[in-house]
Design a protein around this ligand. Structure first.
Ligand code: PMP
Length: 390
């Protein structure tokens, strides 16, 4: 199944010509199934039962600005940010969304609608940028906003919205806004600003910050994201967008997300129940570090493929120096190579650099798959090198 989003289904089969089934490895999407083993170990400790008489109303808290936000989820979001130290929650409104994908759209609506411009305003992001921004900006041919391309190339003297992804999808680097011009509005997409992917150097404190359980805990299927929004009117407009779009967000999903976040926070605190829980971020960080080590070993000394190096930085959460272990590899192939095509010939599906506003010598490869797929990928890498070198 081929998908334009980050969340397609991956199991497909091909044939290697000897009538031996050779599985296609789909590392195109960023489907975060990698922490499944952690959650399996938890067994019954995080089971949530919702009585059939509960959650009938559209409303979760009619007095709250975000009237469909479950109070328990709001509480657990704030606790988790305080435990991890990755974002300032004070002076921010929490807006829940059906994934952060819905919140990206809500933010674009809220920011552009407040301007009352005659023409759609440009949405830009520095290349290589998360490929969905372009799709989201142009999909409905809105009269409010349109895709404006690479932020490094944006030189119009008019209002704009810049999407800043930090750490960045696809290349894992920490980022700041690059346009910095009057009339600019910035949305910080911090989906990967968690200790397993990068050092937590300071709590983020921006006007609009987006997070998602998808990349934090791996529960992408629950479709829960949240925005921390400083300005009350912007937050209200985001809530209005979600009201018109889906009349709120599933309460069952919110309650499940709340108990998952509660477990994650508890796992980070010694002496908090359940006592025998392994620190989730320690587990997931070691897991990602191990994958990156294996990948670097596999591409070492090879002239065709190269992988970004990341500086060591002090992480306030782990109280130690660490390298980044991004959710994706941004791989560069030898000059002139169509990297996505070469990998596809070896039945490895990746996302080509052009989709991210970059070139065909780059591909994005997901590091978030299950072990079986990742191990197969590592096994196949030497063949690619051998084939291309002859
Ligand atoms: N922002 C970024 C940077 C992402 O990588 C993703 C998922 N690939 C999303 C937002 C959307 O995540 P979700 O809708 O699952 O919360």
């Amino acid at each position: 199944i081929k998908s334009s989003t980050d969340s397609s289904v991956s199991v497909e089969n091909g044939s290697n010509g000897n009538h031996q089934p050779e599985p296609i490895i789909n590392l195109d999407h960023g489907d975060p199934t990698m922490y499944e083993s952690y959650w399996k170990k938890l067994g019954e400790k995080c089971r949530l039962t919702i009585p059939v008489s509960q959650s009938l109303s559209y409303f979760a808290n009619a007095k709250n600005l975000c009237w469909f936000l479950e109070p328990k989820l709001e509480q657990e979001i704030k606790i988790l940010h305080n435990v991890v130290g990755n974002a300032i929650v004070e002076d921010h409104h929490v807006v829940v969304g059906t994934g952060s994908s819905q919140l990206i759209q809500a933010a674009l609506y809220a920011l552009s609608d407040s301007l009352n411009q005659p023409n759609p305003i440009s949405v830009v992001s520095a290349a290589p940028y998360y490929s969905s921004y372009r799709e989201i900006a142009d999909f409905l041919r809105s009269g409010l906003f349109k895709w404006g391309g690479d932020a490094y190339k944006f030189d119009e003297d008019e209002p704009y919205i810049e999407m800043v992804t930090s750490p960045n999808n696809p290349n894992g680097v920490m980022r700041e806004a690059v346009v910095n011009r009057a009339g600019g509005m910035v949305v910080h997409d911090l989906a990967y600003y968690w200790p397993q992917y990068t050092a937590i150097t300071s709590p983020a404190d921006h006007d609009i910050m987006l997070f998602t359980v998808s990349k934090c805990t791996g529960h992408a299927g629950s479709r829960i994201g949240w925005a921390l929004v400083r300005d009350k009117d912007v937050a209200k407009k985001m809530v209005k967008f979600i009201e018109i779009n889906t009349i709120g967000v599933s309460k069952e999903a919110q309650l499940r997300a709340a108990s998952i976040l509660e477990i994650v926070s508890a796992s980070c605190q010694i002496g908090v129940e359940p006592y025998d829980l392994e620190n989730f971020f320690e587990y997931s960080k070691n897991f990602m570090a191990e994958r990156w080590k294996k990948l670097r070993d596999a591409v070492k000394k090879n002239e065709l493929l190269s992988v970004t190096k990341f500086p060591r930085q002090y992480c306030n959460f782990t109280a130690g120096f660490t390298e980044a272990h991004p959710a994706f590899v941004w791989m560069k192939c030898k000059e002139g190579m169509d990297c996505e095509k070469v990998l596809r010939e070896h039945k490895i599906l990746t996302r080509g650099g052009k989709r991210f506003g970059s070139d065909q010598e780059h591909v994005r490869i997901s590091m978030l798959s299950r072990d079986e797929e990742f191990d197969l990928f590592l096994q196949r890498l030497p063949n690619i090198i051998a084939d291309e070198e002859v």
